[in-house]
Ligand binder design. Structure first.
Ligand code: 5GP
Length: 212
């Protein structure tokens, strides 16, 4: 059974380019959430630090972690494996610390299906428009535009999974989006009782516009 003193789990997912990583950082800094650091078989990007952004491991090690039942969830995303290790997360939650996860819809489904004894709040972050998403995904040259076109196809598939989330938020202005997420978390935890903070009809209209 979870108790008042247990931590909570907050999951943020989004199609690529919606600005989720910055939101996760803000939630960690301003609300004192611990970020769950995933394992991945993806190669580090130039600015990324092993043990801070991800635990970068090879396929063999990843397989061993699967066999050892060490993952709370894992999934293949864009041809690489990503997984959340169970032990550090459960230890944090048990000691009353809140944990934030930047994982995709597959991992979110797996975590939700496990009936974990901690409160879970899930958010799906969307871009303000298709045009702005395309701009965020592409740079100046033609090669980037081609990659961005491919990513847009992934976007149309990813966006369908919004229905699996507690809340969908639109990341137009970063601070507004952070404040909305923060308010919804406080509301869910019973710290505030504001009404009409979440407009599902508006979200549905937005998703229709993004999907067509
Ligand atoms: P990136 O390679 O750009 O850092 O992340 C690619 C995608 O993998 C993002 O959608 C991110 O949320 C997702 N991801 C990162 N870590 C995990 C994880 O541990 N599990 C799952 N299921 N997805 C993850």
């Amino acid at each position: 059974m979870s108790s008042q003193n247990d931590g909570i789990m907050v999951i943020l997912s989004s199609p690529s380019g919606a600005g989720k990583t910055t939101l996760v950082r803000l939630l960690s800094e301003k609300k004192n959430f611990n970020i769950s650091i995933s394992h991945t078989t993806r190669k580090p990007r130039s600015h990324e630090v092993n043990g801070k952004d991800y635990h970068f491991i090879d396929n063999k090690k990843f397989e061993n972690l699967i066999k050892g039942n060490e993952f709370l969830e894992y999934a293949k995303v864009f041809n690489n494996f990503y997984g959340t290790s169970k032990k550090p997360v459960l230890e944090l939650l048990k000691s009353g610390k809140n944990v934030i996860f930047d994982i995709d819809w597959q991992g979110t489904k797996q975590i939700k299906s496990q009936n974990i004894n901690y409160k879970i709040i899930t958010f799906f972050v969307l871009p303000p428009s298709k045009e702005i998403l395309f701009e965020r995904l592409s740079n100046r040259d033609m090669k980037d535009k081609l990659i961005a076109s491919e990513r847009m196809k992934d976007f149309y598939n990813d966006v369908k999974h919004w229905v699996d989330y507690d809340f969908v938020v639109i990341n137009d202005d970063l601070n507004d989006c952070y404040n909305e997420i923060s308010g919804l978390i406080d509301n869910q935890l019973g710290f505030t009782q504001s009404k009409n903070v979440y407009d599902l009809e508006n979200i549905k209209n937005h998703i229709n516009k993004l999907s067509n």
